[in-house]
Design a protein around this ligand. Structure first.
Ligand code: TRP
Length: 332
């Protein structure tokens, strides 16, 4: 669809609460992606309503998510950034794909099992068919690669199965996408329990550093980070807390683990934690400033949303039209 350019597609939940794990593991590298791929980034507000949302908050977070991605360096002239509900083809293709997805397949999704136990008062059909909407997102753009976290791999695999099944019945309809899973080396762990991944939904606020945390908060969280009973800053098996801090320091400064061990030789954990907090706060400060600037101009953000939706619609319309024709829908 894009001559010789490969397509990369990713969806992001409308939540301003991105963490330094999201930043270091994924968002910071987006600009290198756009050199290699035609990239789509979609704020998935329709996925968000599979659990109850406060309308004012959902609206605010949709603006914030777009602004935050742009503040982190995602260039809207080189990538297509848009909001899912602005392109009606997503919901339409999702319905069609529902008819080519098996009840049993959806029942096996671990995210559905997790979320339905967490929200046992609201196990709605949307929560169950969440993966077919995600498949529609991906397949509308004839996507080649889907960069996701490991937790979404199962959904991308289901998307492949749906695409292959559909192509078998109606040849050459969809490109079958490959997941690209972020390297685990870049995995940033919780500051409270460094054997667990840092997660934006962690209930312990001290476990997570958010991109939008202010300087004092960032430094305080690093000071409280769980470490071990040694005192020497070195990367070693069993020192999960210190290993995590060394990785974070390395990601922000570009220094190797060796260099870091030398830099802090003879110093205690207290000095090291403060240094990690400081480099993190320094690196995030320009992102935060840009975020506030973008968010202060709603009209400009809306213009951006409109432009993204127009670009996305062009491709979405083509794929949906092709699908409807193959299915035997009457085209007027
Ligand atoms: N389900 C993804 C998540 O929770 C978000 C998402 C929606 C997505 N549609 C997508 C990711 C398409 C990749 C491709 O993180």
């Amino acid at each position: 669809m894009f001559q010789d350019q490969l397509v990369s597609y990713s969806g992001v939940q409308p939540s301003g609460n991105l963490t330094i794990g999201n930043y270091l593991g994924a968002i910071r590298n987006f600009s290198t992606y756009s050199e290699k791929y035609k990239c789509f980034y979609c704020v998935v507000d329709e996925h968000a309503i599979t659990v109850r949302q406060n309308p004012a908050e959902l609206r605010r977070r949709t603006y914030e998510t777009l602004a935050l991605y742009m503040a982190c360096g995602l260039d809207p002239d080189k990538n297509t950034l848009y909001v899912q509900s602005h392109v009606h083809e997503h919901a339409e293709l999702a319905w069609i794909l529902n008819c080519y997805t098996m009840f049993g397949e959806l029942s096996r999704m671990t995210q559905f099992k997790d979320k339905s136990s967490k929200h046992s008062d609201n196990i709605n059909a949307g929560l169950f068919t969440y993966p077919t909407l995600m498949a529609a997102d991906i397949l509308l753009y004839q996507t080649d690669v889907v960069p996701v976290g490991i937790d979404q791999k199962q959904h991308v695999e289901l998307c492949r199965d749906i695409a292959e099944r559909f192509n078998q019945l109606y040849p050459c309809t969809f490109t079958v996408p490959e997941p690209i899973i972020a390297k685990s080396g870049m995995k940033i762990m919780s500051l409270a329990d460094p054997t667990k991944k840092m997660s934006k939904s962690d209930e312990n606020v001290n476990a997570v550093v958010y991109i939008l945390d202010d300087r004092d908060t960032i430094i305080r969280k690093f000071k409280r980070a769980v470490t071990d009973s040694e005192t020497c800053v070195r990367f070693a098996e069993g020192k999960d807390g210190i290993n995590n801090l060394i990785s974070i320091y390395s990601c922000f400064t570009g220094k190797s683990f060796d260099e870091i061990e030398k830099e802090f030789a003879g110093k205690g954990y207290g000095d090291f934690k403060l240094a990690v907090g400081e480099v993190c706060a320094d690196a995030l400060s320009p992102v935060q400033e840009k975020f506030r600037e973008l968010l202060s101009d709603k009209a400009a953000l809306e213009a951006q949303m409109r432009k993204g939706a127009e670009e996305a619609s062009y491709y979405a319309r083509r794929t949906l039209g092709k699908v409807q024709k193959k299915l035997g829908f009457v085209k007027l």
